[in-house]
Ligand binder design. Structure first.
Ligand SMILES: [Zn+2]
Length: 64
């Protein structure tokens, strides 16, 4: 095995773009460019999934 190849290999990750804003992807936040965009995407599908539960658990009349 050649260890040198791991760093010399052209990585296509650089071509990846954030699906939210189109900025270059940051490896630590893959597949997004930042944590904010990751949150945005997470929030998108969470609202779709959570909606059912939120409506049943929500107590609009309850006061603190
Ligand atoms: Zn982004």
């Amino acid at each position: 095995m050649t260890q040198n190849d791991s760093e010399a290999t052209p990585v296509r990750v650089t071509l990846a773009k954030c699906p939210i804003c189109g900025e270059p992807v940051e490896p630590r936040y893959r597949p997004f460019c930042s944590r904010r965009c990751a949150d945005v995407d997470l929030g998108r599908w969470m609202t779709g999934t959570y909606r059912v539960e939120t409506e049943e658990t929500g107590d609009p009349d309850e006061k603190e």
